[in-house]
Design a protein. Structure first.
Length: 256
């Protein structure tokens, strides 16, 4: 075998690629392969230390492309999460960037806070990466921003657009030509049919269904299990089957 064939994989290769190496080099234990992956992958810091951050941690670990240095949280004295220590608060981010950590991901569930923090972290000079489960399906023609989480079982179909800091949660389906705007969250088990637009900071609750061509406004909230069959305006709250608007013009904070 030539030297070129035997060279170690580069830092951005995934564990799946390394597993393929394992089939070529049967004498090389997989535990050692994983050790190489972790030692050569890019360091990353996660902002957030709650339930959403736990899922993000496991997404990034599964990708094999990043070595998680630790977490940032408002409570710098918080307990470790999934074996990862709290490195400090938001005030420590410039120091971490100077120390050579260039990748970051915002693992905060609240839409507005996630966008605000994400923009701030990007201004500091961090590169905002995406956390996409190996068990998700993303079309090659889909257009993705940065800071996006796509959980296991998520599907993003042809020419869909997913803007920065969105969450496509577990087993949520985004069909062709949809546009999910900045900071929106499509929750667990949602079915979003083709050519739907979901506005900035909107939240579509677990198990909701949206029929083709519908527009859901900025800051709108769709209740769990709803079936949306007509457009929902900005700031509206709607739920039920079919979804009925229960309130509208609700004053909410927004990221400008």
């Amino acid at each position: 075998m030539s030297r070129q064939q035997r060279q170690e994989p580069s830092g951005n290769n995934s564990l799946a690629f390394l597993a393929a190496y394992h089939s070529i080099l049967p004498y090389y234990p997989f535990a050692k392969i994983r050790e190489i992956a972790l030692s050569t992958s890019s360091p990353i810091v996660i902002i957030g230390a709650g339930g959403h951050a736990k899922v993000v941690i496991e997404l990034l670990r599964a990708s094999g492309s990043f070595q998680i240095a630790g977490l940032i949280d408002r409570d710098a004295a918080g307990s470790p999460i999934l074996g990862l220590s709290i490195l400090g608060t938001d005030a420590d981010l410039p120091r971490l960037r100077r120390e050579g950590i260039r990748n970051a991901f915002v693992g905060i569930g609240d839409n507005l806070r996630r966008v605000q923090v994400g923009r701030h972290v990007r201004q500091i000079g961090f590169e905002m990466v995406n956390a996409i489960s190996p068990a998700a399906v993303v079309s090659d023609s889909a257009r993705l921003g940065c800071g996006i989480a796509v959980m296991a079982g998520g599907v993003i179909n042809a020419e869909a657009r997913i803007d920065d800091f969105c969450v496509i949660n577990t087993c949520a389906s985004i069909d062709h030509d949809c546009w999910i705007a900045e900071g929106a969250h499509v929750a667990v088990g949602c079915s979003i049919a083709g050519s739907v637009k979901i506005g900035r900071l909107a939240f579509v609750g677990a198990g909701a269904t949206v029929i083709p061509g519908i527009s859901i406004g900025e800051n709108a909230l769709i209740g769990a299990g709803a079936c949306v069959v007509r457009d929902i305006p900005d700031g509206a709250r709607a739920w039920g089957v079919p979804a009925e608007i229960r309130s509208i013009g609700v004053k909410t904070s927004r990221a400008e």
